[in-house]
Design a binder for this molecule. Structure first.
Ligand code: 5AD
Length: 388
């Protein structure tokens, strides 16, 4: 059987069963990788106006199935989430992340409650109905009662002023009690990428004081409390292989998250990975990361048709068309940055991070036009997960 027919078969199976065996998944990723390196002439243009949207016929089959899955649950709607990066202090020392505690070359900041509320007000006027408070694991807001109270106060103030909006938290690992207090204060969603479901890869990316077990414990605690939960990973960090990605997919199938965030790994110069000149510390090259992120987005969409999947800032930072390509591969969420400009510069988890400008009315109109030109529409909606 030729590769294109085999691909059609595998995509058909994936669509029908919403699962694949490890060996079928391996074959699917292998065929996609080979089709690209073998025969660039068989590339098809997904959309004329986006030159970067060239893919092989095998990929086109996958993307078409992903779009069918997305349309079934979400039509062409794109949900907005307003990202507020409210603290770049972090107690952790992840080897890839620019706000790691060991990085002495960034200015640390935390936003106060009034500044955060002002960001929400601006966002609300522009149609945002979800606010995502994202930050490092800042001891100031950490698991002591005091730390919790500071955060709970911010959460309940947002919740009180914007009762028709969702408050999402993305602030790392905490105790179950702390997650519960934040839920009681009004938070309803939580993003905590698992980063790597393989213990070996997890260990390569994180120092020994962090553990995959605790990360998983957090995700299950959050679920049990009643949060809509988001997990996810970076694509193409040093050491990641297809086998690791298959483990990630299996873990996600077990967890059944409501949201799944993936984006390309992008080096940050003041981190151990970013500083290293060793070839193995670089991860995949840019084109490979773009291709693999899009393929994985499509596979995720088919496996989790109900899920909220963002076309991430990292994808948009990697390629000028990244955000739209992500939507075309099956993503249905965009997370523009609502943080004040001064804060944005210092939230440098990776280099050359993109700012959409969508926090201004002008920027928002531009984003809307871009999204509409690709056949999608941004909606003013709280954008809860569809039942699964
Ligand atoms: N490149 C891409 N993504 C990164 N993150 C952290 N550092 C990087 C990087 N260098 C991701 C992590 C984290 C999320 C907030 O950002 O996956 O969970």
């Amino acid at each position: 059987m030729n590769k294109l027919s085999r691909m059609a078969e595998l995509v058909g199976l994936l669509e029908k069963e919403q699962t694949l065996t490890d060996s079928d998944l391996r074959e699917l990723f292998d065929i996609l990788a080979e089709s690209c390196s073998e025969d660039a002439d068989r590339c098809v243009q997904i959309r004329e106006e986006i030159p970067a949207a060239r893919c092989t016929e095998e990929e086109a089959l996958l993307y078409a199935a992903a779009r069918r899955a997305r349309e079934k649950y979400y039509g062409n709607d794109v949900y907005l989430r307003g990202l507020i990066e409210f603290t770049n202090y972090c107690r952790n020392n992840c080897y890839y992340c620019g706000i790691r505690t060991g990085n002495t070359r960034i200015d640390r900041y935390r936003l106060d409650k009034d500044t955060i509320l002002e960001c929400c007000r601006e966002g609300y006027a522009l149609g945002f109905r979800t606010f995502v408070l994202q930050g490092g694991e800042d001891p100031y807001f950490a698991n002591s009662i005091n730390g919790d109270e500071r955060l709970c106060d911010i959460v309940s103030s947002i919740h009180g002023e914007f009762p028709d909006c969702a408050v999402t938290l993305s602030i790392g690992e905490r105790s179950r009690e702390s997650y519960q207090r934040l839920f009681d204060a009004g938070a309803r969603r939580y993003l905590l990428r698992h980063e790597a479901a393989s213990p070996d890869l997890y260990r390569t990316l994180h120092p020994s004081e962090m553990s995959l077990e605790n990360r998983k414990r957090c995700l299950y605690d959050l679920k049990e409390i009643g949060y809509q939960v988001g997990a996810g990973l970076m694509v193409g960090p040093p050491g990641q292989t297809t086998e690791h990605l298959i483990e990630d997919l299996k873990y996600l199938q077990e967890l059944q998250p409501d949201m799944i965030g993936i984006g390309p790994y992008i080096p940050q110069a003041d981190t151990p990975f970013g500083r290293s000149t060793a070839k193995c510390a670089q991860g995949l090259d840019k084109t490979q990361k773009l291709q693999l992120t899009l393929r994985l987005l499509a596979v995720l969409r088919i496996l989790f048709p109900y899920a909220l999947i963002p076309s991430t800032t990292a994808l948009a930072s990697l390629d000028p068309h990244g955000r739209i390509l992500g939507l075309q591969a099956g993503a249905n969420v965009i997370m523009p940055n609502l943080s004040p400009a001064s804060a944005r510069e210092n939230y440098s988890i990776y280099d050359n991070k993109l700012y959409t400008g969508a926090e201004s009315a002008q920027g928002m109109t531009a984003l809307q036009k871009q999204v509409e030109a690709a056949g999608y529409q941004i909606v003013t909606d709280i954008g809860d997960v569809k039942c699964h």
